[in-house]
Ligand binder design. Structure first.
Ligand code: 5GP
Length: 186
């Protein structure tokens, strides 16, 4: 099964895929040609998709990621779990892995994921049987906060779906802290 495209790779400069499809992305904008494979499972988005500005960029990336959310394809987090790509691990047990976010939004920004996705591409797909792992993820978030010295003030975020700018379809908690966090969030 083809791996889901890591939308964050799109932020790392022009990406040429074959001779016929190009994604150009930067902090300033994102353009995806209609024939790019990332759009093949996404008829709704099968037109040139361009956006300008970092907020729009985030939203565009989230829409692209959502288009293949239900494909069951592995994500970048599978590679992190398999240690095929490096990450800075903060906490690990037999069920969950916590590692520093590559694009931190606070001095402490750790992502906590289940090692087995088990259908939990996003919180919106949770079923009753997922209760144990969801509880364990929250408990692991508290352990991470303790380890990072922010247990007195931290935030746990789950982005669910494109309207919340979810970009990786393997459920995950963001543990944020180390600075004064504002409310409401953006
Ligand atoms: P989401 O936007 O889906 O709520 O969160 C996904 C998070 O995963 C983002 O905050 C993003 O920075 C992080 N991320 C994406 N790719 C990688 C990666 O290769 N390594 C690490 N450490 N974090 C990543």
């Amino acid at each position: 099964m083809a791996a889901a495209v890591n939308p964050f790779s799109l932020l790392r400069g022009p990406l040429r895929v074959g001779a016929w499809a190009t994604i150009k992305a930067s902090k300033e904008g994102l353009c995806i040609s209609p024939s790019h494979p990332i759009l093949q499972n996404a008829p709704r988005f099968r037109r040139t998709m361009c956006s300008v500005g970092s907020t729009n960029n985030e939203e565009a990336i989230a829409k692209v990621a959502a288009a293949s959310a239900d494909s069951g394809a592995p994500t970048i987090f599978d590679k992190i779990i398999a240690k095929e790509i490096p990450s800075t691990i903060v906490y690990e047990d037999e069920k969950v892995l916590a590692f520093r976010d590559i694009n931190p939004q606070a001095p402490v920004h750790v992502v906590v994921i289940p090692k087995s996705r088990d259908g939990l591409t996003q919180l919106g797909k949770a079923e009753e049987r997922h209760g144990d792992i969801l509880g364990h993820l929250l408990y692991a978030a508290k352990l991470v906060a303790e380890k990072e010295g922010i247990v007195d003030g931290f935030r746990v975020v789950i982005n669910n779906g494109p309207a919340a700018c979810q970009s990786v379809y393997h459920i995950h908690l963001h543990v944020l802290g180390g600075r004064q966090l504002k409310w409401p969030p953006g």
